[in-house]
Design a protein around this ligand. Structure first.
Ligand code: FES
Ligand SMILES: [Fe+2]
Length: 371
């Protein structure tokens, strides 16, 4: 039923050539969510950490991708691997949080795995019976220091879909950042609402008038061409870069004040400037709820201080609280079903690109819908 609704919606957009937000049911219907999970999120590349969290053998992070616990760990051979974080014995979840371990011991019957996923101990079991047991390995890809996992064994690689984005952000050396803050968020709204919130800066002058509007004005929005795997816009940031960082990155003035806002499909909202990075993996927890994990990163440069880093975290939490204050109300409005009818502003084009991507992945042909 939801597919028919979306097909009719896509046809109307193709006929009239006007961009509008997805129909309200796309944010409230449990069938929509089930399809998104199966066709989009379980087949998409999901960011689960930053490379600075996984530098040393034994370093690991965990995440949960649509009810599937995952574990990423660096082995003694320096190799990074992703696994289903589920015990081969009776499915207990093995590792929690993040940190460093030489082995991973299941809390239920103490079966123990090494960082290559091989079972190396199973108390009271006949050794021969468990000789070839391993954790299920998952697809992993590191792109510009961001660590992604894909639950689909047959998924095409991520990097080709981000090829056009790479030269725009490579000069900022994100892989050399370090994580300064990780936080889990829960909100009473559909997961797409938070993703879409990062796909436009049109709301900045209204929602962030006392925080972001002065340093990164709404009117400084510049759209960048999106690609198969992403959308991208920038704002100009008037906060000057510290001289040491400027010298280290050696960026042209034109790039030094760019604040990039990017969505890496399907679930990563990603914002960064030369001085900081913000990654937000947004996943559903039911049609009307989301769970997100946020990573804040920062480059190392002479003269930086823990106080400056703490202030940066405080600022991000401030403007994020402003977003959260408004976007839960969208869910209540969407439940009424009377909105999402008016044309979008051109600054909302990246969100429109996200909608088209989603429809195509759901099997709704949106190629005739105007780009
Ligand atoms: S479920 Fe892990 S050891 Fe039994
Ligand atoms: Fe915002």
């Amino acid at each position: 039923m939801i597919i028919e609704t979306l097909m009719a919606w896509a046809q109307q957009r193709a006929d009239e050539g006007v961009r509008r937000a997805l129909p309200p049911q796309a944010y409230t219907d449990p069938d929509m969510l089930a399809l998104e999970c199966e066709r989009v999120l379980k087949r998409g590349w999901i960011m689960v950490g930053h490379i600075s969290q996984l530098q040393t053998p034994g370093d690991y992070v965990t995440h949960e991708i649509v009810d599937h616990p995952v574990l990423v760990v660096r082995g003694r051979d320096e190799q990074l691997r992703a696994f289903s974080n589920v015990c081969a014995h009776r499915s207990a979840v093995i590792a929690k949080g993040c940190g460093n371990r030489t082995v991973f011991r299941c809390p239920y019957h103490a079966w123990t795995y090494d960082p290559t996923g091989k079972l190396i101990g199973a108390p009271h079991m006949d050794k021969a019976a468990v000789a070839d047991i391993r954790l299920k390995e998952l697809n992993l890809e590191v792109w510009q220091g961001l660590v992604f996992v894909n639950l689909d064994d047959g998924a095409p690689p991520l990097a080709p879909d981000l090829a056009a984005l790479e030269p725009r952000i490579a000069p900022l050396a994100l892989a050399e950042h370090r994580v300064i803050h990780v936080e889990d968020l829960e909100l009473a709204c559909n997961w797409k609402i938070l993703v879409e919130n990062f796909c436009e800066s049109y709301h900045v002058f209204a929602v962030h008038k006392d925080t972001l509007e002065a340093p990164t004005p709404t009117a400084s929005t510049e759209l960048r061409e999106g690609g198969a795997g992403f959308n991208h816009h920038i704002q100009r940031n008037s906060t000057p870069l510290p001289d040491a960082l400027k010298a280290k990155l050696n960026l042209p003035e034109e790039q030094a004040n760019e604040f990039h806002l990017i969505c890496i499909y399907p679930a990563l909202a990603f914002g960064f400037s030369p001085g900081h990075g913000l990654g937000l993996t947004v996943l559903p927890d039911g049609p009307n709820r989301l769970k997100a994990r946020m990573w804040l990163t920062r480059p190392s440069y002479e003269g930086d201080s823990p106080e400056a880093a703490a202030l940066a975290v405080k600022r991000v939490r401030e403007f994020l609280a402003e977003d959260m204050g408004i976007i839960e109300s969208l869910q209540r409005g969407l439940a009424a079903g009377t909105g999402n009818r008016a044309p979008l502003h051109p600054w909302e084009s990246p969100g429109w690109e996200f909608s088209r991507h989603l429809l195509n992945r759901l099997g709704v042909d949106a190629d005739d819908v105007p780009a």
